[in-house]
Write a protein of this length. Sequence first.
Lengths: 108, 166
Amino acid sequence: MKRDIFQAIADPTRRAILVLVTAQALTPNAIAEQFHTTRQAVSKHIKILNECELLEQHKVGREIYYQLKIDKMKEIDNWLEQFKQHWESRFTQLDQVLINLKSKKNEI
Amino acid sequence: MKSNLLMDFSVNKENSTVNIKREFKAPVSDVWSAWTEPEILDQWWAPAPWKSKTKKMDFKEGGQRLYAMLGPQGEEHWALADFTSISPKTNFKYLDAFSDSEGNLNEDFPRSDWNVNFKEQNGSTLVAIEIKHKNLSDLEKIIEMGFKEGFTIAMQGLDKIFEAKK
């Protein structure tokens, strides 16, 4: 199943995991230690983050280390940027409407 | 015309709120009219090339606005706003929801809670908008949907993105 990035950050535990792996690469055990939840629950969250392509993994010996894929997080910023531009465009139009209102009043 | 008026835009993911502040070079009475009178509101609410169409609007507490965003390819996105509180030229609040053209709510999409504040200072008017969503995934859904359906992308915005990608 193809997941999208918004599913990934919709959950508070997953957001916390993302914050943790931003700072350093961690093993699933090291991540699980940070939460008052079962190892299985954390594994499930890691699996989802992985499916969203938010994590980079590399193997050291028998351990797998997870780290944040920065590029993917930038997608969220891009989305917000679109949203922001929508408002900027709206407001530029409103500026013009207000100028028209003013000149209409001056005509009377 | 390029506006040099600053816009303050922030997303608070902790409480799933979008905050937008913008100053307008006009007295509060004009800005208030532009936000609350349908024939003026429709002139600016949709970013070009989209158009805004208000089918009905009863601007009073308990009243509603049924409106659509009309796309260049004939797309229609209907929404229904329920006005919950109005303090003339100071503030109004409403609950926004997706609906059909008859105003029947679409339960698949999240509602958002809008709080729009007006303040006149030195002949200009500061508008502060707070859009609250029930949870973060709702907020993301709105943003994501807007992106996919294209209505949040004004043509100028697209141009900028293409410029940046070159």
